[in-house]
Design a protein around this ligand. Structure first.
Ligand SMILES: *[C@@H]1O[C@H](CO)[C@@H](O)[C@H](O)[C@H]1NC(C)=O
Ligand SMILES: *[C@@H]1O[C@H](CO)[C@@H](O)[C@H](O)[C@H]1NC(C)=O
Ligand SMILES: *[C@@H]1O[C@H](CO)[C@@H](O)[C@H](O)[C@H]1NC(C)=O
Ligand SMILES: *[C@@H]1O[C@H](CO)[C@@H](O)[C@H](O)[C@H]1NC(C)=O
Length: 537
């Protein structure tokens, strides 16, 4: 069913868009597309982003349903046949959290307030309360008390080092820093080593500039000391209560015990914490001095591994619900091969405001929809059917896209030609792309057609190629975003693209429009220049 691309597609002068169609359309077509996508056309895309990120919009919230309505309205007003595909899925929110450090006497216990601070002049201060309290989605509820052990990034190799140092993890609470592996694996590794709880913090070395910087967002791009990286700790994909089938209406569901037996949800409580709180806890950890590469920022205290003498009391209760999520689906029927689908996907739900993650991609998706709408008005029709998908509950574990794939598996297996994902569209100046190998050539050719937003005398391809003169194309073997169900459950060729290069406020309250305007994409040229390559044959 899969054909290798024989025609080139896409990417013209600018934007996310770009489908090329075979046979090639008349020159005037390119002209109109070019005009409609010139780099100065950054106003509407920044307007979309501003609208989408006015309020925090976690999956299952009223604000995210409103954002779905906005996406639907843009699709519909672009004359794209659209609908909302809803699912009833298992989601969790924090209902209570508490974290106390009991250092050795004479120091007295510290109970952390676990709040990300609002800064002076924050334009989003009035809706800051709508941000979920910091938590890990699908974390185990429970209360634990134990000595702290510092485990660096919480990788298996870090535990081997601790074993060599004679540190016994059993019965302890680990303090791990974020940054090298998926947070679900940090908690899983801790459990497997015998820990009874896990705290994951944002070290200044990795997210604060690392050089003793004393400035952070909103003055610099760095994570503020109170900033916390929220996120899921689920190791599977899709609704954990409906593995392999779609979460529709009154479908059958696994019980909590059955979900736990499946091995993809964590079995010990965990909390994400700020850099400042992590450092406070590290000051109460004695024992041997940690390796040099386990140390922090140049002005940080010396990190030791423990265990203790500091004791942590950690308590977390999650509120597990079945909530409604909305995928917005738009369809532009192909003129020649209407039963062959090119699918573009991006998620909409965000842990907080989501200016980078994921709504820079959503703004681009809306821009693509509007441009395709304008082209249709001029009489253009794609050769194949284009399906625009705006997913929900990606942050919980790729839930919206996976449920949709599970519901439509047979149709997709016979009709889908390619799936093209953009999650965080823009966080910085550096182009990155990953693909299944069938689409490598397509990506190269596409990026050779698009001007580098940082340098008008070269293409994205020119800035993307490395010293060996070939572009570093990643693969899609992991569960990093919504391509996973397409690639892993149905075997559809896929690609994922973004402009990155340093996004320290990832999953924190500071991922907002102000950060994007100041640091991610000050002119919104990267948003416009992002390309959503499509081949259409
Ligand atoms: C680690 O500690 C636990 C209990 O605290 C004990 O049962 C276990 O034998 C210890 N493991 C090693 C390798 O010392
Ligand atoms: C910490 O937890 C232990 C065990 O549950 C309890 O005895 C102790 O009072 C707690 N301490 C604080 C300061 O919460
Ligand atoms: C822009 O691209 C041209 C052509 O590749 C290159 O010679 C020049 O150094 C680049 N300018 C900057 C500022 O990177
Ligand atoms: C759009 O780009 C122009 C320069 O090409 C810049 O002056 C303007 O501020 C940008 N608009 C936005 C919304 O960033």
């Amino acid at each position: 069913m899969l054909k290798t691309p024989t025609t080139i597609f896409l990417g013209l002068a600018t934007s996310f868009t770009f489908l090329l169609i075979s046979p090639p359309p008349p020159k005037s077509f390119y002209h109109s597309l070019y005009i409609s996508t010139s780099l100065s056309d950054n106003t509407s895309i920044s307007h979309h982003l501003h609208t989408l990120t006015r309020r925090p919009h976690v999956a299952g919230s009223e604000a995210n349903a409103e954002a779905a309505a906005y996406v639907l309205s843009i699709f519909t007003s672009s004359n794209i046949k659209s609908h909302i595909a809803s699912y009833e899925v298992s989601l969790t929110y924090p209902s209570s959290r508490s974290l106390t450090l009991i250092p050795p006497p004479p120091e007295t216990p510290t109970t952390f307030n676990l709040r990300q601070e609002i800064y002076d002049g924050d334009p989003y201060a009035d809706v800051a309360d709508e941000v979920q309290p910091t938590f890990h989605a699908y974390a185990k509820s429970g209360t634990v008390s134990g000595l702290v052990v510092y485990v660096n990034y919480g990788r298996i190799v870090d535990y081997l080092t601790l074993k060599e140092m004679g540190v016994n993890i059993s019965g302890t609470i680990v303090l791990a820093r974020y940054g090298e592996i998926y947070r679900g694996n940090i908690v899983k590794n801790a459990y497997e080593e015998g820990a009874i709880g896990a705290l994951l913090y944002t070290d200044r070395k990795d997210y604060g500039g690392g050089g003793g910087d004393t400035r952070w967002f909103p003055d610099e791009k760095w994570m503020p000391p109170s900033g916390v990286q929220v996120g899921t700790v689920y190791n599977g994909i899709g609704d954990p209560t409906t593995p392999g089938w779609a979460s529709t209406g009154d479908c059958e569901r696994l019980s909590e015990e059955e979900v736990e037996k499946g091995g993809d949800v964590p079995l010990i409580p965990s909390l994400p914490i700020s850099g400042a709180d992590g450092e406070t806890i590290l000051r109460s950890v004695g024992g041997d001095v940690a390796h040099e590469d386990w140390q922090g920022s140049i002005d940080a205290p010396t990190y030791r591994v423990g265990p203790g003498p500091g004791i942590i009391n950690l308590s977390y209760t999650g509120n597990q619900i079945i909530g409604t999520i909305q995928n917005v689906i738009g369809i532009i029927e192909g003129a020649e091969e209407p039963d062959r689908f090119i699918i573009l996907g991006n998620h909409r739900d965000a842990w907080t405001f989501g200016a980078v993650d994921p709504n820079s991609g959503t703004a681009a998706l809306l821009e693509v929809a509007e441009r395709l709408g304008k082209l249709q008005k001029k009489g253009w029709k794609p050769r194949r059917t284009i399906v625009l998908c705006n997913w929900d509950a990606e942050e919980y574990g790729l839930v919206g896209s996976t449920e949709w794939v599970e519901e439509n598996r047979e149709m997709l297996a016979s009709r889908a030609v390619a799936y093209l994902n953009v999650d965080c569209g823009v966080a910085g100046p550096v182009f990155h792309a990953s693909a299944t190998p069938q689409l490598d050539e397509l990506l190269k050719r596409a990026t050779q057609q698009v001007q580098d937003p940082e340098n008008s005398s070269q293409t994205i391809y020119d800035s993307w190629v490395d010293s060996s003169n070939s572009p570093p194309i990643g693969r899609l073997g992991d569960g990093g975003s919504d391509f996973a169900a397409f690639v892993q459950h149905v075997g559809i060729p896929a690609a994922a693209m973004f402009f990155g290069g340093g996004y320290p406020v990832y999953h924190s309250m500071y991922d907002d429009f102000v950060w994007m305007e100041k640091f991610g994409d000050p002119m919104f040229h990267r948003h416009v220049a992002d390309l959503w390559a499509l081949k259409a044959r």
